[in-house]
Design a protein around this ligand. Structure first.
Ligand SMILES: *Cc1c(COP(=O)(O)O)cnc(C)c1O
Length: 398
């Protein structure tokens, strides 16, 4: 007997839960890619994507995952031998830096570790030391999906401005666009990258690079740019095929159109607010469980946590045991630990990651938390017994 047989909930931090409406929109025969509905639909995506990024500037769409967006952002702005500053707060920004290094870019790295956000004083010191302005771009993630930290992107812009430093500001929003609040133009972000499969609720396979005119000026000098990844024709196509430099990702576009409609119908502010409340429900349970047991959120300060994903240390290999129990008994699959998050004695297995991004609601999150508590009870992992009640109270208060 298994209690898992019912509708499965994939609660990993991407790919996220895909709405039935999105899947149904994709279930159709091949459309014509030269005229008609497909063409109109593609044009219609551009303003809606920009609205979600809160930018008036440009967007280039790619048939790629998030790593493709990373590469696109780098090749369109940089030349071999350029220097960039990498602000590591987990696996992802460091990974972006490794990619840049392999492309012949000189990476200056500040690693803030696995449990902290960006320390602006250290960034200010690095910028002040760069009197020759060799640093061409500063790379950060808004949310690092391995640690679940949320960085203060407006503060990073203020740090660049206070230093009078002309470097471009890049933000990786692959985990958190349409989950955590973000305002590209108001926050002074020059390049933002994201993918289809997290907050945008569409299968993996599309990536987006948003850029402003300052970044496009860098494009004029970048010697890494290649025809396929060039953002210019994609963002201002003179013919339809140039959006994707070849055949469009037809079915993804129908799915994405529906996902963007859903975000519009709900309202982006309401989407952010839903994520914030669901995240607080998760944190409330984790906090109470930790009052009588080993459970701890990876990021101590609430205002530094993402609303899209929560990395939790359950202690003593319990992260992995709970994940296995949840899949087998509850029909919920939680995220594996990623990157350098490590418990006592270097044990990764202490951790798991709870994805609460995209098409997720109160009953899903409460069900997930109730079953985590059931798992802890079943395996005799010590925990504060009213964690679920604490989460229920967050939902009740709204
Ligand atoms: C998921 C993710 C990526 C990588 O995206 P892929 O689609 O797996 O290439 C990069 N950065 C962040 C912050 C992510 O969450």
């Amino acid at each position: 007997m298994s209690l898992a047989n019912g509708r499965h909930y994939l609660a990993i931090p991407g790919p996220s839960v895909m709405p039935d409406r999105v899947l149904q929109a994709m279930h159709r025969p091949a459309p014509n890619i030269y005229t008609g509905e497909m063409v109109e639909l593609t044009h219609s995506l551009v303003p809606d994507l920009k609205a979600i990024a809160r930018t008036k500037h440009h967007v280039a769409m790619y048939i790629a995952n998030g790593h493709g967006a990373w590469e696109a952002a780098l090749v369109n702005t940089l030349s071999r031998g350029d220097t960039i500053l990498i602000l590591g707060t987990g696996r992802f920004c460091l990974g972006w830096g490794e990619m840049a290094k392999a492309m012949g870019i000189d990476c200056q790295i500040i690693d803030f570790g696995q449990r902290s956000d960006i320390d602006m004083e250290q960034v200010a010191a690095a910028l002040a030391a760069d009197t020759a302005h060799k640093i061409k771009a500063v790379l950060a993630v808004q949310v690092d999906t391995s640690t679940s930290v949320r960085n203060d992107i407006p503060a990073l812009r203020q740090t660049l401005d206070a230093a009078g430093h002309p470097a471009l500001l890049f933000s990786d929003n692959i985990a958190c666009l349409a989950c955590d609040e973000f305002h590209m133009d108001d926050w002074g972000v020059d390049v933002m990258v994201t993918g289809s499969q997290k907050g945008l609720m569409t299968p993996p396979g599309m990536a987006f690079v948003f850029f402003n005119d300052k970044a496009d000026e860098a494009r004029a000098k970048a010697n890494l740019v290649t025809p396929y990844w060039d953002w210019r024709p994609r963002s201002a196509p003179d013919e339809y095929y140039r959006y994707f430099n070849g055949t469009a990702p037809t079915h993804h576009l129908f799915g994405l159109r529906t996902a963007l409609d859903m975000i519009k119908e709900e309202g982006l502010e309401n989407v952010w607010a839903r994520h914030a409340t669901l995240a607080r429900a998760v944190w409330a349970a984790v906090e109470v469980w930790g009052q009588a047991g080993p459970t701890r959120p990876n990021i101590a300060a609430e205002q530094k946590r993402s609303h899209a994903v929560t990395t939790v240390n359950f202690g003593e290999g319990n992260g992995q045991r709970l994940r296995d129990w949840m899949t087998a008994n509850a029909g919920v699959t939680l995220g594996i630990p990623l990157g350098g998050v490590e418990g006592a004695g270097g044990r990764k297995e202490d951790y798991l990651r709870i994805g609460h991004m995209g098409h997720v609601n109160a009953h899903m999150v409460l069900g997930l938390l109730a079953n985590l508590q059931a798992g802890m009870a079943a395996m005799q992992i010590p925990h504060g017994p009213t964690g679920l009640e604490a989460a229920i109270n967050v939902i009740a208060e709204g």
